[in-house]
Design a protein around this ligand. Structure first.
Ligand SMILES: Nc1ncnc2c1ncn2[C@@H]1O[C@H](COP(=O)(O)OP(=O)(O)O)[C@@H](O)[C@H]1O
Ligand SMILES: [Mg+2]
Length: 261
């Protein structure tokens, strides 16, 4: 049986990349994420905003498996991941940046990226590259360096990079595994306006074919690059919508975005 031409096949509907049900995380009595039930569609830049302490980072930690929930369940696509460890979720393609701490400062930019590419290749990080895979590794490494705009500084020691370049290297280490889903927690923090613009361009460049979950404070950037915005307040979801819908949402304006009116 064929579907009428004007009716989209079920496969054309965007899937759901993450689904949570009653997701809750408490820290000794304090509820950081409070009974969050939501669906995040596949693809695009899915941004989470909200005041400091709203639970955004904790929510990311729950999705990536860094923290177990106190209550509730979560699914990645069709698969329940509630009890999966972080490395198991990473294997499913859920990658999150861990900030500058996983950069090897004394190695070159190139070596850092190559190690990350190789880690996926081998299932472990090693300097000893198997014969035959060298060309492929070098090619992938160079592609990532181009993607994140660090090709020209590939021979610099990572510790000598500017703050903005280190943040870009951090994103490079994440995309080295070519993950379908990326969680970026305030990737623009501490960046100069130029670095911010370059990194926004980078996020847009790597977003086709991927889902990017982004936590960001810079509201101009958020409005410009988000496919949808989810507003967190005191551990709960206050609103979800397109940038236009969020801008026009009275509850959001009252609680958080007064300056956008
Ligand atoms: N490991 C922790 N132990 C105790 N409290 C925490 C911990 N992590 C986060 N919190 C608290 O949970 C709340 C939400 O924090 P967080 O998720 O970092 O918020 P956001 O990223 O939106 O600023 C904050 O009040 C914070 O102090
Ligand atoms: Mg945070």
């Amino acid at each position: 049986m064929t579907a009428p031409l004007d009716a989209p096949e079920p496969a054309d509907k965007p899937g759901i990349v993450f689904r949570t049900a009653g997701l809750t995380r408490r820290f000794s009595g304090f509820t950081a994420v409070n009974n969050v039930t939501l669906e995040i569609p596949e693809g695009g830049v899915r941004t989470i905003i909200g005041p400091n302490g709203a639970g955004k980072t904790t929510f990311f930690n729950l999705l990536s498996g860094l923290l177990p929930p106190s209550e509730g369940r979560m699914w990645f696509r069709d698969r329940e991941i509630t009890t999966l460890r972080a490395y198991q979720r990473a294997r499913l393609g859920i990658a999150r940046s861990f900030q500058i701490t996983n950069i090897f400062g004394r190695l070159s930019v190139y070596e850092n990226v190559r190690l990350a590419v190789q880690a996926v290749h081998d299932g472990k990080a090693s300097f000893f590259v198997p014969r035959g895979s060298m060309g492929n590794l070098a090619e992938k490494t160079e592609r990532v360096l181009h993607d994140v705009g660090l090709y020209d500084v590939r021979d610099a020691r990572a510790e000598n990079l500017s703050h903005g370049d280190q943040r870009r290297l951090e994103i490079g280490l994440v995309i080295a595994s070519d993950p379908p889903v990326l969680l970026l927690d305030e990737p623009l923090a501490g960046m100069s306006p130029t670095e911010t613009q370059e990194t926004v361009d980078l996020i847009q460049r790597i977003s086709p074919g991927r889902t990017i979950l982004l936590v960001e404070h810079d509201i101009d950037v958020v409005m410009a690059i988000s496919t949808t915005i989810t507003v967190f307040q005191t551990g709960a979801v206050l609103a979800i919508g397109t940038p236009q819908e969020i801008r026009g949402n009275e509850a959001v304006q009252r609680a958080y975005l007064g300056e956008l009116a």
